[in-house]
Write a protein that binds this ligand. Structure first.
Ligand code: DQA
Length: 161
């Protein structure tokens, strides 16, 4: 039996307020609902480690942990996606697949949301489907983890970003 891949699902600032924060944009479902969706999407095929933080340094610590502990990373960086070079630098140390995930479609919103640093190193991006973005992102991450030659790794990402 092949070992069960571990998928880290990391969430950035303000996503703890999902359900009450700008519901016309982010919907009424809570982060706990999103976590349940992720776990259902993974089923027996992967173990989900699901976390949220409002602190940039903590998010970076978890990305560093994913470098050695995870087979793939699903990341909703929230506002830090648009601002954090430090988060990008941490992501560049990963060799595992990175799936960037957004509830809304940032490309259809204010100009400052049109670009994220995370996209520079993401394998792919899922956005605009509400909580279902996470479901799709986890499905992609599980597939990528299973097909990725390096199930978890420490070599630096060879990106031009
Ligand atoms: C978000 C989009 C970001 O622009 C925003 O800062 C968020 C949430 C999303 O999931 O749609 O906090 O990442």
């Amino acid at each position: 039996m092949p070992e069960t891949p571990v998928i880290y699902v990391l969430n950035g600032p303000n996503l703890n307020l999902l359900g009450v924060r700008e519901p016309e944009i982010y919907g009424r479902e809570t982060l706990a609902d999103v976590q349940a969706l992720c776990e259902a999407a993974a089923g027996d095929g992967a173990k989900i480690v699901f976390r949220q933080t409002n602190h940039e340094g903590e998010l970076i610590d978890w990305v560093q942990q994913a470098r050695t502990e995870a087979s793939a990373l699903v990341l909703n960086p929230a506002g830090y996606g648009h601002t954090s070079v430090a988060l990008l630098d941490a992501l560049k140390t990963l060799t595992i697949p990175i799936v960037e995930c957004h509830l809304s479609n940032p490309a259809a919103r204010e100009r400052f949301r049109h670009k994220t640093y995370v996209s520079l190193v993401a394998t792919g991006v899922v956005s605009g489907f509400g909580p279902q973005s996470y479901e799709l992102a986890v499905m992609a991450a599980v597939r990528l983890a299973r097909s990725s030659p390096e199930r978890s790794g420490s070599a630096a990402r060879s990106s031009q970003a």
